[in-house]
Design a protein around this ligand. Structure first.
Ligand SMILES: [Zn+2]
Length: 107
């Protein structure tokens, strides 16, 4: 069963992150970037046992009361995905920091 999916519209890849409890999306060489320059990851093409390079770094954002924008970084999540396993690096700010677990299946 698939652990990573491709969004048919944006062609981004996305996976469920157990550490954050929500989806993370990444761009690979097949993603339609619509002229925007964004990081592009390497994907091994195996949706059941995905390997992604380089590491995936995500931030969640909190609303800034001064600017009204969501520009305060919280909940850093930093991982490597290898053969369907997600390795959380020690700089994660969630409970799975430093652990390696299997990526959950995604619908
Ligand atoms: Zn995460």
């Amino acid at each position: 069963m698939a652990k990573i999916k491709r969004d048919p519209e944006s062609t981004q890849l996305y996976f469920q992150c157990p550490g954050c409890g929500h989806l993370h999306a990444i761009n690979d060489s097949q993603t339609d970037l619509r002229g925007e320059k964004r990081p592009v990851w390497e994907f091994n093409g195996d949706f059941d046992k995905p390997t992604i390079r380089a590491s995936v770094l995500n931030w969640s954002y909190r609303k800034n009361p001064d600017s009204g924008k969501y520009d305060i970084e919280i909940d850093r999540c930093h991982s490597f995905i290898t053969d369907g396993m997600i390795q959380y690096l020690d700089d994660c700010q969630h409970k799975l920091a430093g652990q390696t677990i299997e990526l959950p299946e995604i619908d």
